[in-house]
Design a protein. Structure first.
Length: 154
């Protein structure tokens, strides 16, 4: 009886992607002078930085989170000085979100440190592995787009 070869994209593929993300986050937390932000906080800050004036419900939809969860994140980030909340002109019940200069500085620092970490770690790989990672980037982007589109229901 022959042993079946494991599918190359079984659960181990998702496990590796999650492990890389988790390890990058852990490494980036080292040496922080400010308290670390949770992943959901960073995702919300990144979204608000790229889409200033986004509403809470639109942010919740974009991040695939419940509106009350995003409201909780917003309250925490406002309290910490990373978000500014303004009342929407046409609907006094809605809030528009803006990243503060402190948030933008922190995001720029995080992006700079993340890029340096990944660049340094990739440089440690042999040329064949570096080439394989570079060749995989377009397919990984398409995979992310497909997952995003499927979550949107399109």
């Amino acid at each position: 009886m022959a042993v079946e070869e494991a599918e190359p994209f079984d659960d181990s593929f998702a496990d590796v992607l999650a492990a890389v993300q988790r390890l990058v986050r852990r490494r980036l937390r080292r040496g922080l002078t400010a308290p670390p932000l949770r992943g959901a906080h960073v995702e919300l800050l990144r979204l608000v930085a790229t889409r200033p004036g986004i509403g809470v419900s639109a942010a919740a939809k974009e991040l695939y989170l419940a509106a009350n969860s995003v409201s909780t994140l917003v309250n925490q980030l406002v309290k910490d000085g990373y978000l500014r909340r303004e009342t929407a002109p046409g609907d006094r019940r809605s809030a528009l979100l803006y990243a503060t200069p402190a948030a933008l500085d922190r995001l720029r620092d995080w992006q700079r440190r993340r890029a340096a970490l990944v660049r340094d770690q990739v440089a440690r790989l042999d040329p064949a592995d570096r080439a394989a990672l570079a060749a995989a980037l377009p397919a990984l982007r398409r995979l992310a787009e497909n997952l995003h589109e499927e979550a949107e229901g399109t």
